[in-house]
Write a protein that binds this ligand. Sequence first.
Ligand SMILES: Nc1ncnc2c1ncn2[C@@H]1O[C@H](COP(=O)(O)OP(=O)(O)OP(=O)(O)O)[C@@H](O)[C@H]1O
Length: 219
Amino acid sequence: MIIEAEHLKVEYGHSVVLSDINFYVNKGDYLNIIGPNGSGKTTLIKLLTNLQKPSQGKLNIAPVVFGYLPQHLSQSAQLPANVYEVLKFSNAKKPADEAIKKLLSDMGMLELMYHPMRKLSGGEQQRVYIIRALLSNPDVLILDEPTSALDPEFRKFFYAYIEKLNDNGMTIIHVTHDLSDGLRHGSRILELDQVVKFFGTFEQYQLLGHKKGGHHHHV
Ligand SMILES: Nc1ncnc2c1ncn2[C@@H]1O[C@H](COP(=O)(O)OP(=O)(O)OP(=O)(O)O)[C@@H](O)[C@H]1O
């Protein structure tokens, strides 16, 4: 087990955002975190990445490297830096140029290597941040609604790419509004709406009558 959450609670002032949250993640798992707007998904990711402390409960995390692709990438619009500079220098490990080029090429971005970030489209900027997350060679890759700016074709490619990483042992935590994207057999689902509505495999979820992108249920 690399993550184990026990009875987590998060409050902002008097409002309870997460309550009695229990789940776990094993090495190599693919966990989809789903739930409507405001259900606490991003708050849970902040707990995992240590940007937020629970007001109650316990979170045990093994010493693993997290790669995080945040939901909001607005900072890139003003950056004077070019793509290469962002990938090389925003990473403490200063990744090798070969690794940068390989990922740029995989993501169809090689010809944009020396373009200023502010001249890229939203989807192109998002690809740069995907590459940045992958360059840290994480044990656990957290994707917070990663495909919001991506066109359907690249989206398909992206999830196939993530599945390959998962096949090779990378643990994936994927936050999404619904299950129409990125779902794979054997993956687990954590459905939130302040509390845990469901935690189990996709197959168990289907047995309860849920469909891709469907509504929630008490279990
Ligand atoms: N810093 C904060 N201070 C006060 N309330 C907050 C703060 N951050 C989030 N919230 C509230 O906590 C609740 C959960 O927010 P969170 O961002 O975790 O939801 P989410 O499931 O990620 O939503 P979305 O799908 O819209 O991204 C929301 O009602 C939000 O308004």
